[in-house]
Design a protein around this ligand. Structure first.
Ligand code: SAM
Length: 343
């Protein structure tokens, strides 16, 4: 089951990543690794220690440590923590996500590259709503629930523009502190608490896009995750209960009340969990669509709230721009005497 979560993404490989073969496709201000000056020479001692500790890309990692550390003492301290097994992103204090540099603290979930697919689906939905509405409404209202570092919300604002109103929430105080740093400059607000209970009540019925990258590893598979995740990311960020869907079901059950007419909620799952996840959305009164990226080995469930009653403008979501998709609609009411069906 360790495929449910990949090994945390190693930032220095961005420049060589198969998905970023050339210049960075995203707007990367001067914080981006692409804009950094040529790195200093790598001390062989650091590379050797990283390699001996099992770091396959020891030279790249050493270079990133040298680029990030401000003093030789910091180089030593970072090398020591990396050798001890901390995810590289927690060691250097940042992760790359959709071309953004996301600040990261020890003990906060490292944003995964696969989650960029959820963001692209959310952007497509929000963009479709905006263009269907034609006239210039205010920016989209976006919620990043289970926000961790706030990477998803920050990437959504970067893609949708500065008029986007971003609200984020997480139950873990360390994640909330980290997310506040990452979204402060873009006007995002971050709340601490359990799922929807953390959000301001005034958002009820107004959310255009609700992105929720909930924990979804089945409890008995957490022990099979790579040590970087198992030992250095909080259990609350990984463990999704017996079948991995406990938190997702709660989000699916509560989302409709918070969504604007035609608004959508997006959740990441594994392919194996996808049908049950879609069913949870349908039970929550939403139309569910599954969309899969084979390249990133991830499935996103998109639940859409019913459009506004006639006379009110509520543009529908567009077709997904990429990935393989299929839909689940709310089942018709069961015939008298029959049992309810799952699809
Ligand atoms: C898989 S991590 C995703 C973090 C971030 N969205 C990302 O993609 O990098 C799941 C996050 O959900 C948070 N979480 C777990 N249960 C929660 C709950 N009941 N209410 C709010 N946040 C919760 C964890 O603290 C963790 O930060």
């Amino acid at each position: 089951m360790s495929h449910v979560y990949d090994v945390p993404r190693i930032s220095p490989h961005v420049a060589q990543s198969p998905t970023h073969p050339g210049p960075c496709p995203h707007p990367c201000p001067d914080l981006s690794p692409y804009a950094l000056p040529a790195p200093p020479p790598v001390p062989p001692g650091v590379v050797d220690r990283l390699r001996a500790a099992g770091c396959v890309f020891a030279e790249d990692e050493a270079r990133l440590i040298l680029r990030t550390a401000r003093t030789p003492e910091e180089v030593e301290s970072m090398a020591r923590r990396r050798v001890a097994g901390l995810p590289l992103e927690q060691v250097v204090g940042w992760a790359e996500f959709r071309g953004l540099r996301i600040s990261l603290d020890p003990g906060v979930f490292v944003p995964r590259r696969r989650t960029e697919f959820l963001v692209s689906q959310a952007v497509a939905h929000a963009t479709g709503r905006r263009s269907a509405a034609r006239e210039g409404r205010a920016g989209a209202v976006v919620v990043d629930l289970c926000c961790g570092s706030g990477a998803v919300g920050a990437a959504l604002v970067a893609a949708l523009g500065p008029r986007t109103a971003l609200y984020a929430a997480d139950v873990d105080p360390a994640a909330v502190r980290c997310a506040r740093r990452n979204v402060a400059d873009i006007g995002g607000r971050v709340y601490e608490g359990d799922l929807f209970a953390a959000l301001p009540a005034a958002l009820r019925g107004r959310v255009d896009v609700l992105a929720a990258n909930v924990p979804y590893v089945p409890s008995d598979a957490v022990g099979l995750l790579p040590s970087e995740a198992r030992d250095h990311e909080p259990l609350v960020a990984l463990d999704g209960g017996t079948d991995g869907l406990d938190v997702l079901r709660r989000v699916a059950a509560g989302a409709r009340e918070w969504l604007a007419p035609g608004g959508c909620v997006l959740v990441e799952t594994s392919e194996r969990q996808a049908a049950q996840a879609a069913l949870a959305f349908v039970r929550g009164g939403l139309t569910a669509r599954l969309t899969t990226s084979e390249e990133l080995d991830v499935t996103v469930v998109v639940g859409t709230a019913p459009a506004a009653p006639p006379g009110r403008v509520a543009p529908d979501s567009p077709a997904a721009p990429e990935g393989r998709t299929h839909g689940y609609a709310a089942p018709p009411p069961p015939a008298p005497g029959s049992k309810s069906s799952t699809k």
